[in-house]
Design a protein around this ligand. Structure first.
Ligand code: HEM
Length: 355
């Protein structure tokens, strides 16, 4: 069953996918930030000098170039849509190449990274959120909820090396967007401009949801970020993707039969399958009675135990288009929580490799 599903999911993901053109190897400035060269470039030289300190100060990436001694007017560089699309393409290519990971894709764990980077947001204090990428550092990297996300961060390192002008904060979010789109999900608009922060901006442990708990806990956690009941349910639909790993969360198994293709199956299965407690030595989780190969967390199950939540589970189970529309809206909101965008920040929609 697992192998058949994997083959099916891969076939779905790769059908009608044109070959990607090589990503341009051009370096640009991060949008929203203006970077000036202090010295002119050597004639005919394309050698760029990477100034780490300046980049950290600017929060994004800055290149300065050298040229003899004649001062020139400072140049302003800003990455354009094509540059962010090149980052997207690079991630998509790597997703395609590394198809032996897990169920055949790094996509799910990339999405989980983008979500855990964003889901630390606290609307009262304005702390946390995707602006900062503070999960690069301990203690945040070691929070129990983030177990296993090193795999996603490491996966994106070569992309950062190839496009050093992009902040980790923007990169992780493009990783999440790329994962969704490449796993047949809806288009997710992207606005650039997140800036990396240092270790002092790490959020305290306990801001992400605890899978062992139910609806009250979910409301506490997600209301703190600024979401309502409908949005909580739409977000949870991401569990159509990926799986639980005993060496990460302690839980085990996927939620659906096609864990690398985004569908509304999570909602359908929640309603249509009979779920029972799994008999094992691990933490309390549910398994489907029929095949015993799928799982639900106590937190997932609370979505059908709570009347308000269940209303939305039913709507999304009945209408995949509605789920995709609401999911795109709410994930965009999640990825932008607490990000101080400049007024003229453009919105980009990336071409997926299927187009
Ligand atoms: C509703 C509260 C949530 C709880 C309690 C929860 C809990 C969990 C747990 C325990 C895992 C397993 C981690 C592992 O063992 O590898 C997981 C995986 C995952 N979660 Fe959630 N999650 C929640 C919400 C979300 C949201 C809002 C998203 C995205 C929008 C999301 C996306 C994912 C994905 C894609 C995976 C699979 C990762 C992989 O396959 O490596 N989750 N979640």
């Amino acid at each position: 069953m697992a192998t058949a599903t994997r083959t099916f999911a891969r076939a779905l993901r790769t059908s009608a996918r044109p070959a990607l053109s090589a990503a341009p190897r051009i370096a640009f400035r991060q949008s929203g930030h203006r970077f000036y060269s202090s010295e002119p470039a050597k004639k005919g030289s394309s050698a760029w000098l990477w100034l780490t300190g300046a980049a950290a100060a600017a929060g994004g990436g800055a290149y300065f170039y050298l040229n003899g001694s004649t001062p020139v007017t400072p140049k302003v560089f800003e990455p354009k849509f094509e540059d962010y699309q090149a980052v997207y393409n690079e991630i998509a290519n790597r997703l395609e190449e590394d198809e032996n990971y897990d169920d055949g894709s790094y996509g799910p764990v990339l999405l989980r990274l983008a979500w855990h980077a964003s889901g630390t947001y606290d609307k009262e204090t304005g702390t946390g959120g995707s602006n900062g990428a503070t999960m690069r550092f301990s203690p945040e990297a070691d929070h129990g909820a983030n177990a296993g996300l090193k795999a996603a961060r490491d996966f994106l390192e070569p992309v950062k090396a190839k496009f050093p002008w992009i902040s980790y904060s923007d990169l992780w979010i493009i990783g999440g967007i790329c994962a969704i789109q490449e796993m047949m999900g809806p288009k997710i608009p992207f606005r650039p401009g997140r800036q990396d922060k240092d270790v002092s901006a790490c959020t305290p442990d306990g801001r992400l949801p605890d899978a062992a708990q139910g609806q009250d806990h979910l409301r506490n956690i997600f209301y703190r970020m600024g979401f309502n009941d409908q949005e909580i349910v739409a977000l949870a639909g991401a569990h159509a993707l990926g799986r639980c790993h005993p060496d990460r969360s302690g839980y085990s198994g996927p939620w659906t039969f096609s864990p690398t293709v985004l569908t509304n199956d999570y909602f359908k299965l929640l309603l249509e399958e009979k779920w029972q407690w799994k008999k094992w030595n691990g933490p309390k989780q549910y398994e489907d009675k029929k095949t015993k190969s799928l799982m639900m967390l106590p937190a997932d199950m609370s979505l059908v135990q709570d009347k308000e939540f269940k209303k939305w589970v039913q709507k999304y189970a009945a209408d995949n288009d509605l789920f995709f529309k609401d999911f795109a809206a709410v994930i965009t909101k999640l990825f932008e929580l607490g990000v101080p965008f400049k007024e003229d920040t453009p919105t980009y929609v990336f071409k997926s490799t299927r187009e």
